[in-house]
Write a protein that binds this ligand. Structure first.
Ligand code: ZN
Length: 134
């Protein structure tokens, strides 16, 4: 299951109220969606850049993954998401190819996507997400 393109880049930020206007200015476009993903303890904000999106991630919980990430590494690129036709197949293929998975099966992510993550230990420290539209 070969990825077709970079669907989005996830960026960990401390404060969406500060970062949304900053990225609107940087990209010359408005944020088209703000969405809380309760089970992941994040609030997300999306921008379009051609066929790729920028996903800003703010933590809603001091013990959430984004808080932990910012505590360790500071704000910045958190993950790269590759579009695939089928996330579950992409996860299976990755596992067969020796990658370790965070998600064995796909789950619901923000912006109407099915998503699944690989363990960054096998991917040069990059947190890789596969995603597909419903
Ligand atoms: Zn993502």
């Amino acid at each position: 299951m070969k990825p077709t393109h970079i669907e989005h880049i996830g960026i960990a930020v401390k404060n969406l109220e500060v970062s949304i206007p900053l990225f609107e200015k940087l990209l010359g476009t408005v944020c088209y969606s703000i969405e809380e993903v309760a089970d992941q303890f994040v609030k997300t904000a999306f921008f379009r850049v051609g066929q790729t999106k920028i996903e800003l991630l703010e933590s809603t919980d001091p013990n959430g993954v984004i808080s932990t990430f910012i505590d360790k590494r500071g704000e910045g690129i958190h993950h790269i998401a590759f579009a695939t036709d089928n996330v579950d197949q992409a996860l299976l293929d990755a596992k067969e190819n020796g990658f370790r998975l965070i998600d064995r099966v796909s789950r619901k992510g923000a912006d109407g996507m099915n998503i699944g993550f690989l363990n960054p230990r096998n991917t040069n420290g990059i947190l890789v997400e596969f995603c597909s539209k419903d």
